[in-house]
Design a binder for this molecule. Structure first.
Ligand code: HEM
Length: 456
């Protein structure tokens, strides 16, 4: 039966989450206790109506329905309004493209992130981790998130641009990326779409920064074309990538959009994953000691792990995985319903916005035993009853599933392993740390002292 026919048969409206108010909808709960609200909404069923201000959206709280939306019926549920707004900022990179254009681009970008390519990027990660982590103070509280953003930007930028101008690139990207990231979130959250058109200093600053970023990337692309750089880094791989069926490659404009997309998608997300890992390891010294024992066994003279050694760090991997479950960095996502549809027995009208929270899903007690407990061993094969693997989806699912997943695993594991080999972790008031943020899950209040490792 077609989706539309099914939808017509089922015309029930989903229940509305409680405490809705005219005009503001559930704005108060979403602003004050967003994460709690999103989790508690599951008590009212797999789909509930939620008011984002005056706009009514549909919150999906069921991993099987999400799989249907993101995989089996992805064409019916394209990207949501937040992504369309980001298009003005990041152009038509993978994150904002949809449908046929998205499929075509994804075919060209995926090979650049294949397992085979990870070897090259792994060296970039190892060097950057040594440099950055060795430079952190031993005796003062460190705001880890900021440090890890800086590390992640360095890694992504050096992986993109390995030429002599790679050093300039890191400083340009470090200066410009935070401004662009803030503007993308601000514009995505502005329901009127007006703020970006106002002659405000913040908008003028953003335009200038964007021009600088575009100018720099265009110059790099032109210089690579002149000097015929081939296969040396991510930028040149993007420029060379060719669709075998059509013979088509990315245009220079598309390469530029993908470069900005990669920078925007990789830095914050990976930095958050690493920050939450350190938060939990600091609170669980016994797990940290076990990671350290593993790292001591596998690493060569305390050097960061090579690509091959990452495969031997099974506990470190479980720790990163458990942090990604408890704190999925991209925790709140959206889709649009193209035509009238049915979800969970409810009617969803064409054009509706559907939202879902990976945070709420990863903490659903029906899917994970003791969902609020940090327990990396839940991922051991002998404890398969303690987790629902298909409900674990920090990298999304289906046609838009993260292309940088392997990159992110390698970066997070390399950094955590190197920290365990050389530093202790002393959290500053870790009980006060709490996840906040709208789309991204920020570790509010996270600060850690990282003394030199004491002999056992
Ligand atoms: C822990 C780190 C990361 C997390 C949690 C993460 C999460 C995600 C999620 C949830 C999506 C899907 C969004 C949706 O369905 O609407 C996504 C897509 C994407 N990610 Fe990541 N990501 C991470 C790291 C990276 C890195 C390192 C890169 C690049 C080097 C990257 C590049 C992308 C791109 C380009 C897309 C869009 C893919 C598409 O639409 O075809 N991400 N990511």
């Amino acid at each position: 039966m077609s989706i539309t026919a099914r939808a017509k048969q089922q015309s029930k409206r989903p229940p509305r989450a409680p405490a809705w108010l005219p005009l503001i909808g559930h704005g108060r709960q979403l602003l004050r206790h967003r994460l709690r609200f999103l989790r508690e909404a599951r008590a009212y069923g797999p789909v509930v109506r939620v008011g984002l201000g005056p706009m009514e959206t549909y919150l999906v709280n069921d991993h099987r329905l999400l799989h249907r939306m993101l995989v089996a019926e992805a064409a019916q549920f394209p990207r949501g309004v937040h992504f369309r707004k980001a298009r003005a900022v990041v152009g038509d990179g993978l994150v904002t493209a949809d449908g046929a254009a998205h499929r075509r681009q994804r075919r060209l970008v995926l090979p650049v992130f294949s397992r085979k390519r990870m070897h090259g990027y792994s060296d970039v990660m190892r060097h950057a981790a040594v440099e950055r982590i060795a430079s952190l103070p031993y005796d003062r509280p460190i705001e880890l998130k900021a440090e890890f953003v800086s590390l992640a930007i360095t890694i992504a930028t050096r992986a993109l641009f390995s030429s002599d101008r790679g050093i300039d690139a890191v400083s340009i990207v470090k200066r410009t990326l935070p401004v662009i990231t803030r503007a993308v979130s601000m514009r995505a959250m502005d329901p009127t779409g007006l703020v970006e058109h106002l002659p405000l200093p913040v908008n003028r600053h953003f335009d200038a920064i964007m021009q600088e970023m575009y100018g720099f990337i265009d110059e790099m692309i032109a210089s690579y074309r002149r000097t015929e750089q081939t296969g040396v880094d991510l930028l040149s791989l993007l420029m060379l990538s060719t669709d075998e069926d059509t013979g088509r490659s990315l245009t220079d404009r598309e390469v530029r959009d993908e470069v900005i997309t990669i920078l925007l998608s990789s830095a914050e997300t990976t930095a958050l994953a690493m920050s939450w890992c350190c938060h939990e390891l600091g609170r669980h010294p016994e797990v940290f000691e076990a990671v350290r024992a593993e790292v001591d066994r596998v690493l060569t003279d305390g050097e960061p792990p090579t690509h091959e050694q990452l495969g031997e760090l099974a506990l470190t991997r479980r720790v990163v995985k458990e942090a990604l479950r408890l704190y999925p960095p991209t925790s709140f996502l959206s889709r649009t319903c193209r035509e009238d549809a049915e979800l969970g027995g409810y009617h969803i009208p064409a054009g509706s916005t559907i939202v879902y929270s990976l945070y709420a899903q990863h903490r659903d007690p029906r899917l994970f035993t003791d969902p609020d407990t940090f327990d990396p061993d839940r991922w051991l094969p002998e404890r398969s009853g303690d987790a629902t693997p298909e409900a674990f989806m920090p990298f999304g699912e289906g046609v838009h599933r993260c292309i940088g997943e392997q990159f992110a695993w390698a970066e997070a594991m390399t950094s955590i392993a190197f920290i365990a080999a050389h530093r202790d972790l002393r959290p500053v008031n870790s009980d006060a740390v709490r996840p906040t943020g709208t789309v991204m899950l920020e570790p509010h209040g996270l600060s850690v002292v990282m003394p030199r490792r004491q002999p056992a």
